[in-house]
Design a protein around this ligand. Structure first.
Ligand SMILES: C[S@@+](CC[C@H](N)C(=O)[O-])C[C@H]1O[C@@H](n2cnc3c(N)ncnc32)[C@H](O)[C@@H]1O
Length: 356
């Protein structure tokens, strides 16, 4: 192998620091969300740091430095004369919680999610990872807020009507389970839309389950029940009309066993909606076709694969481990024989309608 020349070394150093820039700017996005800076800029036009500091009750010098960094990162537009503004797309992505494109939520969990890096060297040695509870309250909130915009804007109006016969059953009064429900946002959205149906959420993360109870109270819904799946798993009594698993099968130590439990729990004419990462079938395809693949392998080590290896014998699928081929094989092995792929306008996820 020939030695690199100075230009190649410089280019590589630049590439490495580009990743550090991403990490540090992510920290600034966390602060912008946490301090309400983006929301305060929504509809405010081009503001000075003094105006934004007054509006948010924050210190002007700190706000000015943050604004300059955001403009340098091209997240906020510098309008000249010490004025900064959110662009229309910046407003949707950083300051509009109800928008399906809202992306600032996921940054809320980053500090506590990065915190697990201190424990991961041990996991690399032992092979045993950490469950979602290792992220604590805020880390789990970041997971919740990252997924919530799609549930709030797309699940009920767009996804459910595309599933064969599911809306009719929900209107008539159905029994529904969401396995790996996290903080319960998807379940609560469905429960609000279909008050005559009963909804059961199952998870093993106590921080997520505690937040689910808070979310349930805030939504004032009475047809939702959350269960700690470690001691109160879905009953295998063939009573469920509709089961959902949103972005969690690849996080489970034994998704194969959970799938078999779902098969026992679901009626013979029931429907199971799976959402999982839109992973390609091979590493090479992911590398070539997924522009965010490096981030996804990072999240896999920090959370998904770590969770999926958090007990001895875990299958360890990880963020990109549940491709369509894997989904087809595993659902078939669990006793599901009808499989249909949907595109529900979420580039991150693939959706599968699976039936016995
Ligand atoms: C990426 S989060 C997704 C949470 C939720 N579905 C959402 O979209 O916000 C994955 C969830 O799967 C849960 N999980 C992992 N293994 C599980 C198991 N065996 N049974 C139930 N939940 C599990 C984790 O605790 C975590 O809350």
């Amino acid at each position: 192998m020939t030695s690199p020349d100075l230009e190649q070394i410089k280019a590589f150093v630049f590439q490495v620091f580009h990743h550090l820039e991403g990490a540090v700017v992510s920290g600034m996005i966390y602060l912008g969300g946490r301090l309400g800076l983006y929301h305060a800029m929504n509809g405010a036009g081009a503001v000075t740091s003094e105006e934004l500091a007054a509006k948010t009750g924050l210190n002007e010098r700190w706000v000015r430095e943050w604004l300059r960094g955001q403009a340098a990162a091209k997240l906020i537009r510098y309008a000249g004369d010490g004025r900064f503004e959110l662009t229309p797309e910046g407003t949707l992505v950083l300051a509009t919680d109800a928008s399906p494109a809202f992306a600032a939520g996921i940054f809320a969990g980053l500090p506590d999610q990065f915190n697990v890096l201190k424990q991961l060297p041990e996991s690399f040695r032992t092979g045993i990872g950490l469950p979602y509870d290792a992220f604590g309250h805020e880390g789990n909130r970041g997971v919740e807020l990252g997924f919530a915009p799609w549930y709030r804007s797309m699940l009920v109006p767009m996804a459910l009507p595309a599933l064969d016969g599911v809306v009719d059953k929900l209107q008539a009064g159905a029994k529904v389970a969401d396995i790996g429900c996290g903080a319960g946002v998807a379940l609560i959205e469905m429960a609000k839309a279909y008050p005559g149906s009963q909804f059961h959420g199952y998870d093993i993360a106590r921080y997520a389950l505690a937040q689910a109870e808070t979310n349930k109270k805030e939504a004032s819904v009475t047809n939702v029940h959350f269960h700690d799946a470690s001691g109160d798993a879905i009953p295998g009594d063939g009573s469920f009309d509709f089961v959902t698993t949103f972005d969690c099968l690849h996080d489970m130590t034994r998704p194969d066993l959970v799938m078999k439990a779902i098969r026992k729990a679901i009626k013979s004419d029931g429907t199971w909606l799976i959402a999982d990462i839109n992973a390609k079938n091979t590493f090479e395809e992911n590398l070539e076709r997924n522009p965010m693949v490096a981030m996804m392998y990072g999240f896999s080590v920090m959370s998904c694969m770590s969770s999926a290896l958090s007990e001895p014998g875990g299958l360890g699928l990880g963020t990109l481990g549940f491709s369509e081929d894997v989904a087809r094989k595993m659902t078939s092995d669990a006793g599901f024989h009808r499989f249909k792929k949907h595109d529900f306008e979420n580039p991150m996820n693939a959706y599968y309608e699976v039936r016995p």
